[in-house]
Design a protein around this ligand. Sequence first.
Ligand SMILES: [Cu+2]
Length: 144
Amino acid sequence: MNKIKKMVLMTLIAIGMVSCGESYDQVIDIESLGNQMKYNVIEIKAKPNTKILLKFYNNASMEIMKHNIIVLNDESKVDEVGTAALKAPNNTPDHPNIIAASDLIGPGESTELVVNIPGEPGIYPYICTFPGHYQVMRGKIIVE
Ligand SMILES: [Cu+2]
């Protein structure tokens, strides 16, 4: 193979690799509301067995307003996970009902979280597990 052909081939392989990257059924931008313990999106609708990308931005200016997004597969475990988070590293407990967990981010920071939506229709709550937040800072993914 001559040099030019080889270069063309390598370029095509590179393009193929980029275009075969992760694809999502939905991409959702979600932000915290100023210095409040609230998400600007509190309801997301999704189909079973799909993949969604949450692009999360912490809109706060106060240093103490750190946030994350923790998605659970059981609404009845919100308190248990919220409580376990208090003493967990990075406020992110290792809990069997957590199906996705973002990084904990400070004001002005952003992160991304991939959520593989389960096959079972239902309500999948998401909460911020920074201490004191989960009781009010929550939303839900409605899978139907
Ligand atoms: Cu928070």
